[in-house]
Design a protein around this ligand. Structure first.
Ligand code: PAF
Length: 292
C-alpha cells in the first residue's frame, strides 16, 4: 500500500480554512503554510480545530492552495525554490484566469474548481453556500489521482474532470456574473436576481461566450446564466469573495475576472463593453469611498 502524503494547506481565506478543517475532520494530517511557525485555531460550527503552521514544504506533500489569482505567481516562485516541491503535488484553486497560466503551472499540477461559498468571521469559518467542485489536471489527465477520495470526503460533492478548463470557463462566467454585482449593490448573492437587469446580465455573458469562441471553446450564454442562477440559489446567504475583499479594503480579483474578459478580448481584436463598464463602476467606487 502506498503511504498517504500529508496535506499542506496554503491560504488562510475562507476556502483554505474550510478545507483544512474538513480534511482534519477526516483524520488527515494537515499543516497550514504560514509566515512563521505557530499554532492556529480555526472555529467551525460548534468545534475548534488547532493546526501547526509551517513556513515551507518540509516533507513531500499534497499542497492544497486556495489563493487569490494575484498570489499564484509569487507562491509558485517561492515553491520552485524548495527542493521538496518536485516530490509534492499541487492542487490550486483561484477565481478567474491568468494571462500566462501555461507558463506558470506544471503539467502535474491540478485545478480544484468550486462553487462552494464560505466566509471568515474572525477565526470562525462559515460555510455560507453548499455548492460542488471539480478536480482536473493541467495536462488533461483522464483518471483521478490517488488523493481524489480524500478531497471528495472532505468537501463533497467532488467530480473528476478530464477537461477542467471547461469548468474554469464556467466558473469564470459565474464569478463575472455574480461577484462585481454584489459589490455594486452591496448585497448577498441571493439578492442579485431582483437587482440586476436581465439584459445587462445577458450582455456580460455574451461577451464571455464571444471570447471563449475566439479561444476555440463553444459556450452558450443562456447556459452560463442558468449556471450563475443555480450558484446564486446554492450560495444565497453568502457574501461573495469580492464583496468580502471590498469591505476589508483588500485588493480585488476584478482584473482576473471581468478585467480578464476585457483584456483577453482586446488581444483577440474584440471589445467587451459590459464587462468593461463593471470594472469602471467598481474602480470608481473604490476611488471615492472613505478611507478606513
Ligand atoms: O467568489 C465567490 O464568492 C464564489 O466563487 C461564489 C461561488 C460566487 C460564491 O460566493
Amino acid at each position: 500500500m502506498t503511504k498517504q502524503l500529508p496535506w499542506l494547506v496554503v491560504g488562510q481565506g475562507a476556502l483554505g480554512s474550510l478545507m483544512a478543517v474538513q480534511l482534519a475532520r477526516q483524520n488527515q494530517s494537515v499543516q497550514l503554510k504560514l509566515r512563521q511557525s505557530q499554532r492556529v485555531t480555526i472555529a467551525y460550527e460548534q468545534s475548534s480545530h488547532s493546526f501547526t503552521g509551517t513556513i515551507g514544504i518540509n516533507c513531500p506533500s499534497l499542497i492544497f492552495a486556495a489563493v487569490k489569482a494575484y498570489q499564484v505567481a509569487p507562491l509558485l516562485d517561492e515553491f520552485r525554490q524548495q527542493p521538496l516541491f518536485d516530490q509534492s503535488q499541487l492542487i490550486l484553486s483561484y477565481n478567474g484566469m491568468l494571462s500566462n497560466e501555461a507558463e506558470q503551472l506544471r503539467p502535474q499540477d491540478w485545478h480544484w474548481v468550486t462553487t462552494h461559498g464560505a466566509y471568515r468571521d474572525g477565526n470562525q469559518v462559515v460555510h455560507g453556500g453548499h455548492g460542488e467542485s471539480w478536480l482536473g489536471g493541467m495536462a488533461g489527465q483522464t483518471t483521478p489521482p490517488a488523493f481524489f477520495s480524500q478531497l471528495e470526503q472532505a468537501l463533497p460533492p467532488l467530480h473528476f474532470s478530464s477537461d477542467i478548463n471547461l469548468r474554469r470557463w464556467y466558473k469564470l462566467a459565474v464569478n463575472c456574473l455574480i461577484n462585481p454585482y454584489t459589490v455594486i449593490h452591496q448585497c448577498r448573492n441571493g439578492e442579485l436576481p431582483e437587482r440586476v437587469a436581465p439584459a445587462e446580465w445577458r450582455q456580460v455573458a455574451d461577451e464571455i461566450v464571444q471570447l471563449a469562441a475566439a479561444r476555440g471553446r463553444q459556450l452558450d450564454a443562456e447556459d452560463l446564466l442558468a449556471q450563475a442562477r443555480r450558484v446564486i440559489a446554492q450560495t444565497a446567504a453568502n457574501r461573495s469573495s469580492m464583496l468580502q475583499d471590498y469591505r476589508l479594503q483588500r485588493p480585488l480579483e476584478l482584473d482576473y475576472l471581468n478585467g480578464f474578459v476585457v483584456t483577453a478580448s482586446a488581444a483577440e481584436g474584440m471589445v467587451a463593453p459590459a464587462n468593461q463598464l463593471l470594472c469602471e463602476r467598481i474602480k470608481a467606487m473604490q476611488a471615492t469611498r472613505d478611507p478606513q
